[in-house]
Design a binder for this molecule. Structure first.
Ligand SMILES: NC(=O)c1ccc[n+]([C@@H]2O[C@H](COP(=O)([O-])OP(=O)(O)OC[C@H]3O[C@@H](n4cnc5c(N)ncnc54)[C@H](OP(=O)(O)O)[C@@H]3O)[C@@H](O)[C@H]2O)c1
Length: 360
């Protein structure tokens, strides 16, 4: 490992990009040397380009205010040759994002992506570091396909699944057959605030484009196995979801129902959650929460405002585990959608890939 890695943020002016800026400001391993966005922002200072759109509750990092924003597409070669890898969170059409990320990878610049465009590709790992760190192995197959030595794309999964997939993962040994999950998703997941989306005050919108499909499909890739160098999705469990937009600034909740082949006891489940940890904890990655899964015994916990920031927004909060009349059990869980679910999850993924030698 190098002492420090120079990194770029592609989509730096957006909601997730701003989170990256905050998270990386004093990062022990990563140093932001490039900020890039659309041609609308290119050539301006970061401060000018963001203008009134600074959504974070802490100020823009001073060290980035006067950096000149690059054009994410036109300046690819310049960016790729000056950084060790990039984080990418852009709002473009899917095929354009896929092409953009591949261009970076082919320019030998690894891409840590928050976008959904490449999530379905079998040799692109979709990593929740505590759950499927081993999927990084498919990067070798991807490099062969792209004809690269260093360049590759690694993605993080959708924010909606980042509470219930961690909670269910250690229970898979009991043979999960069916999952029903209803998600209650914060408005920052749409890159919005109450100021920019006043219709969401005192309101629920029962539709988030594409979200239910992602929430049902993506867990099966995360739980997939590597065969012949690519990820083959798990066939079980059967998952059905409903995803609602609720009037909350940050923090996605999920109400989950689960059925098992071999039903564990509630005490067993709670013990497994308490004892669960993954490679990030073993490797002591800078962004890894010490306690990944946190179970709350009180009936009215966890709560969004009390627990979304647990362990810097990287821990998962779980509560209300109880028997169900139709499934075996039901419970609720919560994760911070722009920290664990977006920028924080991508930073932890980059730390993992760094520690495993994929970014050298
Ligand atoms: N918000 C979340 O919680 C969340 C969670 C997980 C994943 N994501 C994903 O992350 C991505 C970004 O989301 P966001 O909420 O941060 O969006 P956003 O606030 O709308 O920001 C979009 C960013 O994309 C840039 N962009 C737009 N068109 C571009 C182009 N043609 N070329 C280069 N850059 C372009 C924008 O630059 P300009 O300012 O110059 O227009 C801006 O930096 C999306 O794919 C989203 O699905 C978001």
């Amino acid at each position: 490992m190098k002492e420090k890695y120079n990194v770029g943020i592609i989509g730096a002016t957006g909601m997730v990009g701003q989170r990256f800026a905050i998270l990386l400001e004093n990062h022990p391993w990563f140093n932001v040397t490039v900020l890039a966005a659309s041609s609308r922002s290119a050539g301006k200072t970061y401060k000018e380009a963001v203008g009134e759109r600074w959504f974070m509750d802490v100020p823009m990092p001073k060290s980035m205010e006067n950096m000149i924003v690059k054009d994410a597409d036109a300046d690819i070669n310049e960016i790729a040759s000056s950084v060790d890898f990039v984080f990418c969170a852009v709002n473009m059409k899917k095929d354009e994002i896929k092409a953009l990320e591949e261009k970076y990878a082919k320019a030998e610049c690894p891409v840590m992506s928050n976008n959904s465009a490449n999530r379905g590709v079998p040799d692109v790992p979709m990593i929740i570091p505590e759950v499927n760190a081993d999927h990084a192995a498919v990067i070798e197959t991807q490099r062969k396909r792209l004809g690269t030595k260093r360049g590759f794309i690694s993605v993080k999964s959708n924010c909606s699944i980042q509470s219930y997939v961690p909670a269910l993962s250690p229970l898979r040994k009991f043979g999960i057959t069916d999952v029903l999950a209803c998600t209650y998703q914060a408005i920052s997941g749409a890159g919005k605030t109450f100021k920019t989306w006043p219709e969401m005050v005192d309101n629920i919108i029962p539709f988030i484009g594409g979200e239910e499909e992602k929430s049902e499909k993506e867990p099966l890739k995360v739980w997939g196995e590597i065969k012949d160098g690519v990820i083959v999705n798990a066939e079980k469990p059967s998952i059905t979801t409903q995803c609602l937009r609720v009037p909350v600034s940050n923090g996605h909740f999920a109400a989950v129902f689960v059925r098992f082949e071999n039903k564990p006891s509630m005490d067993e489940i709670k013990k497994i959650w308490k004892e669960y940890s993954g490679e990030p904890q073993a490797l002591k990655l800078p962004s890894a929460p010490k306690q990944f899964l946190n179970y709350f015994e009180e009936d009215n916990m966890p709560q969004t405002t009390l627990h979304r920031n647990l362990e810097n927004g990287m821990a998962i909060s779980i509560g209300r585990l109880r028997p169900d009349t139709q499934y075996d059990y039901k419970f609720v869980c919560l994760s911070h959608n722009t920290l664990r679910g977006a920028a924080g999850g991508a930073v932890e993924m980059a730390e993992l890939l760094c520690a495993k030698g994929y970014l050298d």
